[in-house]
Design a protein around this ligand. Structure first.
Ligand SMILES: NC(=O)c1ccc[n+]([C@@H]2O[C@H](COP(=O)([O-])OP(=O)(O)OC[C@H]3O[C@@H](n4cnc5c(N)ncnc54)[C@H](O)[C@@H]3O)[C@@H](O)[C@H]2O)c1
Length: 340
């Protein structure tokens, strides 16, 4: 089995990608420092796959452990998820974000180069587009000035990959620009584990649904959108995981140096009210929410043009918003049951 290193593999998207890789016949190897995840994710992985996925506990800024992993495993590729991702916190603690998100990529690239590992899939984000002038947004759409240090780390990391590839180093890289991942594995054994108050809409909705949060605030309902609330492209995390498998196999057919970018979304925009109504439908609960003022810095509407990934990676989202909300809700119920 070809081995693929997943940095941040105990996290939300990484853990689902580990399942998808195993199902596709790859052997995932995880490194995670558990700075934003829990070891229970590994137990969940074992329940789903029946296997102990090898996991190194460590920081991928640590060149020594990275070197050890590459020495102990003949890797055919890497998927680099490890990063901090809280947009709000990144404005308060920019150096924490610049240090972790950028230096981990630098250490990884140096280690890959040293061990002649060429294939890399990098977690980027639709935040690099800011508020696009035209929708849906294509990969060729110019990136905008980042709204946050977090968003800037994604732009800088993409630029580092381009520079590295242009230097003719043996690197084949794909940056996947994720839209808004939601949902959980249908088994409810793994899912998103937000530490503290969730900054993303869906975990806030499901936590409000079970009573952990009293009330959801909708930030503005007077935007130029169908119902006045912000529009996003919500992608099921299992579909997103699958896109990584497609990206890895695409890279295998490419000769280094190579770099490409793909949007990963459904191609549909949904409003905050669509999410609330969808949640109420799948949960049978009425959600306690109020409308508050607009939140500074919020992008009003963004959704993906997915033509490129549909055609070139032969990937398409399979789950719709309701199915994703159903899986988020079942995951929340499973979490609450385990914690009670
Ligand atoms: N979830 C989203 O909404 C979203 C959207 C766009 C892009 N992304 C990007 O996707 C990637 C994965 O996101 P996620 O939602 O799974 O986040 P997550 O926080 O659930 O997972 C990241 C994992 O990386 C680990 N980690 C962080 N720094 C590390 C380090 N230096 N060494 C080892 N492990 C480290 C954390 O413990 C965590 O398990 C991130 O790069 C994120 O920026 C996420």
């Amino acid at each position: 089995m070809e081995k693929i290193l997943i940095t941040g593999g105990a996290g939300y998207i990484g853990s689902h990608t580990a399942v998808a890789l195993l199902e596709a016949g790859y052997q995932p190897i995880i490194i995670d420092d558990f700075s934003n995840s829990e070891k229970s994710a590994l137990l969940g992985l074992k329940k789903i796959t029946g296997q102990d996925i090898p996991c190194y506990e460590g920081d991928c800024n640590d060149a020594e452990i990275m070197d050890r992993i590459f020495t102990e495993n003949k890797l055919s590729g890497v998927i680099h998820f490890a990063a901090f991702k809280a947009v709000g916190e990144s404005s308060m603690l920019p150096l924490k974000y610049y240090t972790n998100n950028i230096s981990s990529l630098l250490v990884l690239l140096a280690t890959m180069n040293k061990h002649n590992v060429e294939n890399l899939v990098f977690s980027s984000s639709c935040t690099v587009y800011g508020q696009p002038d035209k929708l849906p947004v294509k990969e060729s759409t110019p990136r905008k000035k980042a709204e946050s240090p977090y968003g800037n780390t994604k732009k800088i990391c993409e630029d580092i990959l381009v520079d590295q590839v242009n230097s003719k180093v043996a690197l084949s890289a794909i940056a996947l620009r994720y839209f808004n991942p939601i949902g959980a594995h249908t088994s409810s054994e793994i899912g998103e584990l937000p530490l503290g108050v969730p900054s993303n809409l869906v975990p806030f909705v499901t936590q409000t649904g079970v009573g952990i949060r009293k009330e959801l605030t909708v930030f503005g309902d007077d935007y130029d959108t169908p119902d006045g609330t912000c529009v996003r492209d919500y992608i099921h995390v299992m579909d997103l995981a699958e896109a990584h498998v497609k990206a890895i196999s695409h890279l295998k057919g490419k000769e280094a140096p190579f770099y490409d970018i793909f949007n990963v979304g459904t191609g549909n925009g949904n409003t905050v009210m669509d999410v609330i109504k969808g949640f109420e439908k799948v949960s049978g609960k009425s959600l306690n929410y109020k409308v508050g003022p607009r939140r500074p810095g919020d992008v009003v509407k963004v959704w993906a043009d997915t033509t490129k990934i549909n055609q070139e990676l032969n990937w398409k989202a399979r789950f719709n918003l309701e199915e994703a909300l159903r899986d988020s809700w079942n995951w929340q119920l499973a979490l609450s049951k385990n914690n009670s």
